[in-house]
Design a binder for this molecule. Structure first.
Ligand code: GLN
Ligand code: ZN
Length: 730
């Protein structure tokens, strides 16, 4: 059996990718040097494939993001040099970032106008074909046209754009054929969404036209199963890649529909998103059942990873201090390649190595099949009663002003943190340093005139890792970096044992902050779903159980904060929506347990005001679940897209308050009074003047202090004028 891997991380073992690109941004190296250094990074990345698997795509590498590159290949944007290239990614023309399907990788969102003409403008695949010529014979990588367009912002007429885009792809294929390219690797994860029949027909019709007979195409799908698999059987492709891990329906579809004899089945069987080590013998059995379901010959099966490997860190070798009994249950990207090799060996009758590898791995995989959980939601009218109780406690003006939590983290802070970590700064001195930052910030917040204050989150590096380091049951890594977007990296923690809270997480800093101001201080922490979504998981238990454990630990934290006189608790859940399953039919079951986990966390006396924060600009299809979450105030992203998210609340019973973000902190500009007023006016119409808070879109961690002050002052100023204007309204 052949092995085939794809999506190996481009970051490099020591984050070389990040280093070179950032050096280029800082003008420490020239464009020529950048290209040659990144070619080295790519060479090394390929060498991982070379030493473990038979086939891999060529040209997967990108200097920022492959969706963006596809827009450049087909002329939606043009660039003459890499300064211009990066101007779209992060500079003058910066495109919006969005999460790639249900992952935490962000891609750049291209805008396709109705006048867009797709023409082959940059033959990127050919560049890799020529630069890495010794690896010819491997298929050339491309993002598929359907996925590209689905992820883009298409102004109008999707169908027409798709037809034209396929024509441009064909132009590329013809060009590649002329250069003796003989095979392609085309990724179409968007085939795993719930597609309307009309679009399925569109895909089949245009793919047939687009593909040329001489090119062997491997059509790859991942992150879920493909509902219209048999329609794809009609396409003249060489191989069809399916995800048998996240798409557990795929095997059932094969059982029903079989598989064509003239195609290869690329079996995504090694999990590309989990750090759990594979039990190879168990995988071999699974493979056997796939073979039986599809009723195909062994020679028509290719072994592969289930989805791109860049959701994992490069290699476990970087983890020197993780205890070996845990490491024996883990694998990162490089180890996944090795697992493919081992599986091939087992199929060929050589199983010794695989047995050793799998020794510590639990054989039985528990699939999360949550029953129907009670979400523990309280009745909407209860929120009116709570509002009165809380108001007695808080005595806030209307149009209360606040921020989302974090404040700029400057060089001085990063230096102190590093010194503390390296042992050059004692814990006492570090604590004092943080206290000073908090004291100063509170002075600034009071001067600006904010009503509800925050302590600034200076002690937190990352909103998940910080909690993982304090809770029992988590492991944090030394070098487990993955790319979030561009050159931005983070290290997801790993859940490996029962989660318990033995010590306070946030109390020290927040209690101190409250003790030095008469204004209410928010007690802010990350919610259970976001912690779960942004961590890896080594435990062989249903996800919802782990979410409930987290919820209980966080609820204890909230209770302790309340004991220390904190009157407002904010539970951040930016991942609530992203973590939802891709397939519509699975979402209700997910939201039922996810909302329950949130509500377990927020189960507190009604006198405590519960806030939640989410950062995305639409609630499409999920508003009913948002309303089942027990919070009194929600702050959301509204500054972009004409505050369209607020429309989701029209006509629904909602007796709570909302803080529409009036300043888009992801843009380079300070808050504009006009925008603030526009968003407030719209909010007042929907929620009433007594139910609107005034705050930025999101945390301020990545901004600079002077612009933050300017913006917050404007926010407070506008809020004051609205107070006067709406004095008499109810
Ligand atoms: N409280 C967090 C902060 O302000 C929220 C971050 C987020 O929404 N991603 O940084
Ligand atoms: Zn946010």
């Amino acid at each position: 059996m052949h092995t085939y891997a794809y999506g190996f991380p481009r970051l490099g073992k020591n984050k070389e990718f990040k280093k070179h690109i950032e050096d280029f941004w800082e003008k420490k190296i020239t464009e020529k040097e950048l290209i040659s250094l990144l070619n080295e990074v790519e060479k090394e990345r390929i060498s991982y494939y070379k030493s473990h698997v038979d086939t891999f795509p060529l040209g997967e590498f990108t200097y920022y993001d492959n969706i963006f590159d596809t827009a450049l290949i087909f002329g939606i944007y043009r660039f003459k040099n890499f300064d211009e290239y990066f101007a779209y990614a992060r500079g003058r023309y910066a495109l919006e970032l969005k999460k790639y399907f249900n992952t935490n990788y962000h891609y750049l969102v291209p805008s396709v106008s109705s006048k867009a003409k797709f023409r082959l403008r940059w033959n990127k695949p050919l560049f890799y074909f020529n630069t890495f010529f010794s690896f010819r014979g491997n298929p050339l990588f491309l993002v598929g046209p359907y996925t590209f367009l689905k992820l883009s912002r298409v102004k109008e007429n999707f169908d027409k754009a798709f037809v034209e885009l396929c024509r441009a792809y064909k132009e590329l294929f013809v060009e590649l054929e002329k250069q003796n390219v003989d095979s392609l690797h085309i990724e179409e994860p968007a085939f795993c969404l719930n597609l309307p029949q009309k679009e399925i027909d569109l895909i089949v019709k245009n793919y047939k036209k687009m593909l040329t007979p001489k090119l062997n195409v491997n059509l790859m799908t991942y992150y879920e199963s493909v509902d219209f698999l048999d329609a794809l059987y009609e396409l003249p492709v060489y191989g069809l890649g399916l995800d048998f891990i996240a798409g557990e329906q795929n095997i059932k579809i094969l059982r029903k529909k079989g598989f064509p004899k003239d195609k290869k089945l690329i079996c995504g069987i090694i999990d590309g998103r989990s750090v759990q080590r594979a039990h190879i013998l168990h995988k071999a059995q699974f493979l056997d059942s796939i073979k039986k379901a599809a009723k195909i010959k062994e020679t028509n099966i290719i072994l592969a990873n289930s989805c791109p490997l860049y959701h994992l860190p490069v290699t476990l070798e970087g983890e020197t201090s993780t205890e070996s009994y845990i490491k024996r249950r883990m694998s990162f990207a490089k180890e996944k390649l090795y697992e493919l090799h081992l599986l091939k060996e087992v199929v060929a009758g050589r199983g010794d190595e695989a047995t050793t590898w799998s020794k510590a791995v639990n054989k039985t995989i528990v699939h999360s099949q949550p029953g129907t959980f009670d979400t523990l939601s309280i009745k909407e009218r209860e929120f009116l009663k709570r509002k009165n109780l809380q108001q007695k406690n808080l005595r806030l003006p209307f149009f209360p002003t606040t921020t989302i939590g974090s404040f700029p983290q400057d060089k001085e802070l990063r230096k102190a943190r590093l010194a503390y970590r390296k042992g050059r700064l004692s814990i006492g001195d570090y604590d004092r340093f943080i206290r000073d930052k908090i004291t100063k910030l509170i002075g600034v917040e009071e001067d600006i005139g904010l009503d509800v204050l925050v302590h600034g989150e200076f002690e937190r590096t990352d909103m998940v890792e910080f909690f993982a380091q304090k809770l029992n049951g988590f492991l944090t890594t030394e070098n487990g970096w993955i790319i979030s977007y561009g050159t931005r990296v983070y290290r997801p923690p790993i859940i490996y044992a029962r989660i318990k809270r033995d010590a306070a997480l946030t109390v020290k800093e927040i209690y101190y902050a409250q003790s030095i101001t008469p204004k209410p201080m928010k007690g802010i922490f990350t919610g259970p779903i976001t912690i779960l979504a942004w961590s890896y998981n080594l435990r062989n238990e249903p996800l919802h159980e782990i979410a409930f454990e987290l919820a209980r630990a966080l609820n204890q934290e909230a209770k302790e904060l309340i004991k220390k006189d904190i009157k407002i608790i904010q539970i951040d859940e930016p991942a609530m929506k992203e973590f939802a399953p891709l397939k519509k039919e699975k979402r209700d079951s997910y939201f039922r347990w996810a909302v329950r986990a949130f509500n377990l966390t927020s189960q507190l006396a009604p006198t405590t005001q519960i806030h939640t924060h989410m950062c995305y600009s639409d609630f499409e299809g999920i508003i009913k679940w948002i309303l089942k979450m027990n919070f009194d105030v929600i702050t959301i992203e509204t500054a972009r897209e004409q505050a369209k998210i607020l429309d989701a609340f029209k006509g629904v019973k909602f007796h709570r308050a909302i803080g529409p973000g009036v300043w888009d902190i992801h843009s380079q500009c300070p808050a504009q009074e006009k925008t603030i007023r526009r968003i407030l006016n719209k909010s007042i119409k929907i929620f009433g003047a007594r139910n609107v808070w005034v705050n930025p879109d999101c945390g301020l961690k990545t901004r600079k202090m002077p612009e933050v002050e300017t913006s917050l002052k404007r926010i407070v100023k506008v809020a004051n004028t609205y107070r006067k204007k709406f004095k008499k309204s109810k």
